[in-house]
Design a protein around this ligand. Structure first.
Ligand code: SF4
Length: 299
């Protein structure tokens, strides 16, 4: 298949005042963003809109998924203990309503980094109580004691990506990242706190069949997942998995409709959509605010 990207995948280079402001502020605080690490095509739009997905726990992952541009290696238990305060400080200087925290996998840490997530969420809540927080977490090797630390910190949304359909998972994701394990993590969050929204994400263009995608919709709904994003896989380098198809926008629209029929509260679906794509944030923000108002009325 020619590697030439179709016109619907061509985006302008990131630019603009807010984009530069966000970039410099985060650089100044030695903070990483997935936007830069994963070469996300949306950073112009997201940053232009005053939001960024902040990566905590460093930029070296202990796993090696064949679709991911993040560096793999051994971080030797090292991370910045001041990061929670730095992230909170950065966000309090950015006019944002919705913050996404994410990280590489840290199998080198006893709790996989869950405690650090909890500290960062608490620090943000202290300095910017109005910000809606999404924690886009690794699977913590399905360690529920670790997972409960994040749940108890009380983010509004917890995301964990299944990335692809069950059949392709062993070839696409690191062998320690299994489809069933990811579903069990999402299900455990809902069991621990049903008031937290859960979210997942699937990439298309890796050789999946439509019925397999629909089966993953059912599996996610069975695990109680509320929101879904669906985007096009893009090959970061010659080392990574080849793209088996550039899926046209109308096919994404069809999947969006089918996902809604499966009962998701929100589905963002499009060639350029990524886990924490802005549009979804707007919708989730609306949902979360409505829920806060309802909870405030009950009190
Ligand atoms: S675990 Fe996450 S960050 Fe690490 S290689 Fe896989 S997708 Fe990338």
């Amino acid at each position: 298949m020619s590697a030439q990207k179709p016109e619907w995948l061509r985006v302008r280079a990131p630019s603009g005042e807010t984009y530069v402001k966000v970039k410099n502020l985060l650089r100044g605080l030695q903070l990483h963003t997935v936007c830069e690490e994963a070469q996300c095509p949306n950073s112009a739009e997201c940053w232009g809109g005053g939001t960024a997905t902040i990566m905590i726990l460093g930029d070296v992952c202990t796993r090696g998924c064949r679709f991911c541009a993040v560096k793999s290696g051994d971080p030797r238990g090292i991370f910045d203990p001041d990061e929670p305060q730095k992230v909170a400080a950065a966000l309090s200087n950015l006019d944002i309503k919705y913050a996404v925290l994410t990280s590489v996998d840290r199998d080198d840490l006893q709790d996989g980094g869950a405690g650090h997530y909890a500290k960062t969420i608490s620090a943000i809540k202290e300095t910017s109580p109005g910000i809606i927080i999404e924690a886009l977490i690794p699977d913590f090797s399905a360690d529920e004691k670790a997972l409960s630390k994040v749940v108890e910190a009380g983010p509004d949304v917890i995301g964990h990506n299944i990335e692809t359909v069950e059949r392709l998972t062993p070839n696409v994701r690191d062998r320690r990242s299994t489809y069933r394990q990811s579903l069990s993590v999402l299900k455990a969050v809902k069991r621990m706190n049903p008031n937290i929204y859960t979210k997942s994400s699937i990439m298309l263009g890796l050789g999946e069949a439509e019925e397999e995608v629909l089966r993953s919709f059912s599996d996610l709904r069975e695990a109680g997942v509320d929101m879904l994003t669906i985007g096009q896989y893009l090959r970061p380098s010659e080392w990574h998995l080849p793209v088996s198809a550039f899926v046209p926008p109308e096919k994404f629209e069809r999947y969006r409709e089918l996902a809604q029929e499966h009962g998701f509260l929100y589905t963002a679906s499009g060639p350029l959509v990524r886990s924490s794509y802005r549009a979804g944030e707007f919708f989730i923000e609306a949902l979360t605010r409505r829920k806060r108002e309802m909870m405030a009325d009950v009190r």
